[in-house]
Design a protein around this ligand. Structure first.
Ligand code: PLP
Length: 239
């Protein structure tokens, strides 16, 4: 009995958190003059058991993000009975691209051509194109992952030409800071990169930026996808 009570309490808590987040996203859209529904919440379920994903699904969440290939693939397979949209958002080693190409609908973290080429060849045709974002290093020296802003146009043109992939936009992870001015500057840089690509004729519509601590700022600066882990599932246990 206690187990049932605990799990239904957990479900209620998760649903309440999700509802509160949807309301904050909606409020921020209005305040920022963004169309209602223009921001998608990607629920970052890394380190969470499949049961937590089921619970979030029961509360209406459909889009989930994973960081680690092995853990992500296991969850995608364990939950294949549900109509979920899976996004890969973690660092990509080139020997792991096949698992990503075969199990995910989106990848946010492409930062080099070699990885994009492998994903393109390995994407099963039956799944339709893999939706791709380029991860941009908007923090300079303070961060190592992501393509440098100056190199974005060349990489974007090359990736856009690959079969099996559909380039949709850009993603960033600013350096950890609580300085709102710095975060805004990073988000603006990503937006400017996207605008530059559009001016070059690429049809891109996605900016993946903002996490639990800064998603309202990111929405104000143009985010279309916010990646929320802690705000939905609570603090992650350290491995
Ligand atoms: C873990 C992670 C998130 C979610 O972070 P929270 O602060 O828990 O919301 C978002 N994006 C990426 C790339 C992550 O690794």
């Amino acid at each position: 009995m206690t187990i049932v009570a605990d799990s239904s309490r957990r479900e209620e808590l998760l649903c309440r958190r999700l509802e509160a987040l949807r309301a904050r996203v909606a409020e921020t859209e209005v305040r920022a003059g963004r169309p209602p529904g223009s921001v998608t919440i990607v629920a970052v379920s890394k380190t969470q058991p499949p049961e937590s994903v089921r619970t979030a699904f029961a509360c209406g969440q459909r889009v989930f993000g994973e960081n680690y290939v092995q853990e992500g693939v296991a969850k995608v397979e364990a939950l294949s009975d549900l109509p979920l949209e899976w996004h890969f958002i973690g660092p990509i080693q080139s020997n792991k691209t096949r698992a990503i190409a075969e199990h995910f609908a989106w990848v946010h973290s492409v930062d080099r051509l070699k990885v994009a080429e492998r994903l393109a060849t390995q994407r099963p045709a039956a799944l339709g194109p893999l939706q791709v974002l380029l991860q941009v290093n908007v923090s300079g020296e303070a961060s190592k992952s992501g393509v440098a802003p100056a190199e974005v146009p060349a990489l974007a043109q090359a990736v856009a030409a690959l079969p099996g992939l559909r380039l949709r936009g850009l993603m960033c992870i600013p350096e950890p800071t609580s300085d709102e001015a710095v975060l805004r500057a990073r988000f603006r840089m990503l937006r400017r990169c996207l605008e530059e690509l559009r001016a070059q004729g690429l049809e891109l519509d996605v900016l993946s930026m903002g996490m639990s601590g800064d998603f309202t700022l990111a929405i104000e600066e143009g985010a279309t996808h916010v990646r929320l882990g802690t705000a939905i599932f609570g603090e992650r246990k350290k491995p």
